[in-house]
Design a protein around this ligand. Structure first.
Ligand SMILES: Nc1ncnc2c1ncn2[C@@H]1O[C@H](COP(=O)(O)OP(=O)(O)O)[C@@H](O)[C@H]1O
Ligand SMILES: [Mg+2]
Length: 343
């Protein structure tokens, strides 16, 4: 142990973390000096929020020892109030869950008001079903003030398929009366080249999330790189393990920043189904269990009309609604559309 580290260890013993204390920077945490803070940053922990959801094992490489890691995490948790909690307190935490409008009242309706913060919402569906369009729309909507269904924050867009288009953000902003120039400044874009790069981006996202007041984190698509890189049965276990880690990282970011997390997912054909919907989302149990809310998007036989089906939610019933994707973005059907029999 260096002299510096020893000093830090002593400090840590003297200082009792106050339960409601707010820590701004890593160095403000009891027992964390500049040297430790630097090591933590190198490990990808740039903010107090990120430490609050870390595990002791993850902090091991910083060489700070189990006891100190425990204290650091505890202090970080006390600061942002993520910890072991009683059910009544859990209810309060749930009360801090906010909702983001999809742009369609019909879809918001089956979701109980919109996409939730602190959890992951997955949109899955075939190519062209509107998953990326939905993501674009969310990037705009999140910037609306809360009274208009937004979160008054920015968006982080991790793109694995190169389908993000700023022009689309501009179009959608104009339609809902936001200044496109401002809106595009609040969308932070990251192109993920490989699955490892995709993981790396989220592992190092906490700083950019905090600094840009990001309230929406999108991974579009969650599974495409994983599917193309991990081929064959023998690689499946490793792929699933990585996907699991990636999803948990996303959940943590969503909780720490009270943000909405959205992932998109492709579908595979069920070989043994001849009637009804013969597709299912890829990613297996891992993705199924870590996506809290799953929405299946599909095209209807009529032009811009789409169908959104809530397939899985922790507490809402299944439901299906019709909406459309037009030049304006994600919209409800008009009375005229309905009369024309677009359901
Ligand atoms: N500017 C636009 N105006 C109208 N519809 C659009 C526009 N841009 C995209 N779309 C619709 O969205 C579809 C693409 O959806 P997308 O979200 O990219 O699908 P995916 O589910 O594969 O991500 C297009 O086929 C088109 O129907
Ligand atoms: Mg897409």
């Amino acid at each position: 142990m260096s002299v510096e580290e020893e000093k830090e260890a002593e400090e840590e013993e003297k200082e009792v973390p106050a339960s409601e204390k707010k820590y701004e920077r890593l160095e403000d945490l009891p027992g964390v000096g500049p040297a430790t803070a630097q090591k933590l940053r190198e490990l990808g922990f740039h903010t107090v929020e990120s430490l609050a959801t870390a595990t002791i094992r993850e902090l091991e490489p910083a060489g700070i020892g189990e006891k100190k890691a425990f204290e650091v995490i505890r202090a970080a948790r006390s600061s942002i109030s993520v910890s072991f909690i009683r059910a009544d307190e859990l209810l309060k935490m749930r009360a801090s869950v906010l909702r983001l409008t999809t742009g369609s009242k019909a879809i918001d309706d089956i979701l109980g008001g919109g996409l939730e913060t602190q959890t992951i919402t997955e949109f899955y569906g075939e190519y062209g079903s509107g998953k990326s369009q939905m993501c674009h729309q969310m990037c705009v909507n999140v910037q609306l003030p809360p009274e208009k269904g937004g979160l008054g924050g920015g968006a982080l867009y991790v793109d694995t398929e190169n389908t993000f288009r700023t022009e689309r953000i501009v179009q959608m902003s104009q339609h809902i009366g936001l200044n496109p120039e401002e809106v595009v400044k609040n969308v932070i874009y990251a192109d993920a080249y490989t699955s490892d790069h995709q993981m790396f981006l989220l592992e190092n996202a906490d700083k950019v999330v905090k600094e840009n007041n990001i309230r929406l984190i999108i991974v579009d698509s969650l599974t495409s790189h994983f599917r193309s890189e991990y081929l064959g049965r023998e690689m499946l276990a490793e792929r699933q393990q990585k996907l699991n880690k990636h999803m948990h990282r996303l959940i943590r970011l969503a909780r720490a920043f009270n943000a909405v997390a959205v992932v998109t997912n492709q579908v595979m054909a069920k070989p043994d189904v001849f009637f009804g919907d013969a597709v299912y989302p890829v990613g297996g149990h891992i993705v199924a269990h870590t996506s809290h809310t799953r929405i299946y998007l599909r095209k209807s036989s009529r032009g811009p009309t789409r169908i959104a089906r809530l397939v899985s939610s922790p507490y809402l019933p299944e439901g299906e609604r019709v909406f459309k994707i037009t030049e304006n973005g994600v919209e409800d059907l008009s009375e005229e559309d309905k009369q024309q029999g677009r359901r």
